[in-house]
Design a protein around this ligand. Structure first.
Ligand code: C5P
Length: 400
């Protein structure tokens, strides 16, 4: 049985660490808790012990503890150290090698993998010092989960909320399942996903049925394989993976701008169902039926993001992957699309069934000289396999 040492920092999200402990235990992972002084302001050692069924270590440990379980031993007895919530202060200490309390000492003394789920006020998260510490921790192979974006206890809104307990447990579980293999470590990847909304007037828009599920699954899988992922998404109603940086947009033109801003990347994966056309109107107020309404909508062509990213140039990603949603002659159209768009790989899928919005996908991988038919499988597995495939393609490029 795998064991996690859960280091609970001093943040209001500390109560969610208890839920993360339960979620990990539900996945068959043993958890022992280490509560910092700050953490103990929010929850008690007793609640940690009651939940995990194990002793909870705190800064107040006595000589008996030290004889029984020295701090070096403590950090080595686990298969993984998880800091949740990881406060700005605890991350700063870990990034700089401080060891002035039990948590920072355990982090410095360990030779085991470390994951951190940051939680803090949005301005603290965005501060250059925190971002510098995050970069250092990543360089030191610490895996960062989240943070999520949303309303905060302090009343502000933005990135800084701790990732949801289930997402944290999933990340830990996936780590143990893959043995921590990270074939895409050090690679930067851009994924776009979801539909675009093209406004007709301030209250109406043209959209499509894309759910974003496949793109999100791919972004998450690439991140779990070690890549630094920027996910540019149109409006969707599914949870964002805690593992990626998310940029939200509405229109195709905004999506192109956000994608170009994410360059340079090693690989771009264009799963978004970008609207080919947008209403060519300049309606700054609601179009009223009483004033004649609108009986037809003039359209203007949107930029083709995939073709733009694939065009030769100094910033072209080394690998560009496109998607092709077709209802018939799937592979034939995909082969044409590969040439027309100038990308390196097309993932073609048949959307004549309930693929859009569903959880499974049946895809064909089409390259210049090969067609690979994958069986029907969950979208998450398409993501995981595609991450492996992209890793191989990049390795091959390296060797060229
Ligand atoms: O041209 P078609 O929509 O069939 O091609 C699908 C592929 O092209 C997808 O990868 C999609 O993300 C991309 N695309 C794009 N910009 C558009 C239209 C499609 O990036 N305006």
């Amino acid at each position: 049985m795998k064991r996690v040492l859960l280091i609970i920092g001093g943040g209001v999200a500390a109560y969610k660490a208890l839920e993360a402990a339960r979620e990990m235990m539900r996945r068959g992972i043993a958890v022992s808790g280490l509560l910092t002084k700050g953490g103990a302001q929010f929850i008690t050692p007793l609640s940690v012990t009651a939940l995990t069924g194990e002793k909870c270590y705190t800064d107040l440990f006595d000589m008996g503890d030290e004889a029984e379980m020295g701090h070096i031993e403590l950090s080595r007895s686990a298969d993984l150290l998880l800091v949740a919530p990881a406060t700005a202060d605890l991350m700063a200490k870990a990034a700089n090698g401080h060891a002035d309390d039990l948590a920072s000492t355990a982090l410095l003394a360990t030779d085991k993998p470390v994951m951190m789920a940051p939680a803090m006020n949005v301005r603290m998260w965005e501060h250059a010092a925190t971002q510098r510490n995050i970069a250092t921790l990543k360089e030191d192979s610490v895996r960062i989960i989240g943070p999520d974006e949303g309303p905060m206890a302090c009343g502000e809104f933005g990135p800084g909320r701790m990732a949801e307990p289930a997402a944290i447990a999933d990340a830990v579980d996936a780590f143990f399942t893959t043995g921590g293999a990270q074939p895409l470590k050090g690679r930067r990847v851009l994924v776009n996903a979801g539909p675009t909304h093209e406004p007709i007037d301030p209250v109406r828009y043209i959209a499509n049925r894309s759910s974003g599920k496949q793109g999100f699954a791919i972004a998450d899988a690439l991140a779990k394989a070690g890549a630094d992922v920027t996910l540019v998404t149109g409006p969707v109603s599914i949870p964002t993976p805690a593992t990626v940086d998310v940029v939200r947009v509405q229109t195709a033109r905004e999506m192109l701008t956000a994608c170009e801003a994410a360059l340079p990347v090693d690989c771009a994966v264009c799963t978004a169902a970008v609207a080919d056309f947008r209403p060519d109107l300049d309606a700054h107020s609601k179009i009223k039926k009483e004033r004649g309404g609108l009986t037809s909508v003039p359209l203007a062509e949107n930029p083709d993001i995939l073709a733009t990213l694939s065009a030769p140039g100094p910033n072209r990603p080394r690998i560009v992957v496109g998607f092709a949603a077709e209802t018939n002659d799937v592979v034939f159209y995909a082969q044409n699309k590969l040439a027309k768009k100038g990308c390196d790989l097309i993932v073609a899928n048949d959307v004549s069934g309930d693929v859009m919005g569903g959880d499974r996908n049946h895809v064909h991988l089409v390259t210049e000289d090969d067609v690979d038919d994958w069986p029907d499988m969950p979208k998450t597995e398409v993501g995981a396999r595609l991450a492996v495939r992209i890793g191989e393609m990049l390795d091959r490029k390296d060797a060229e």
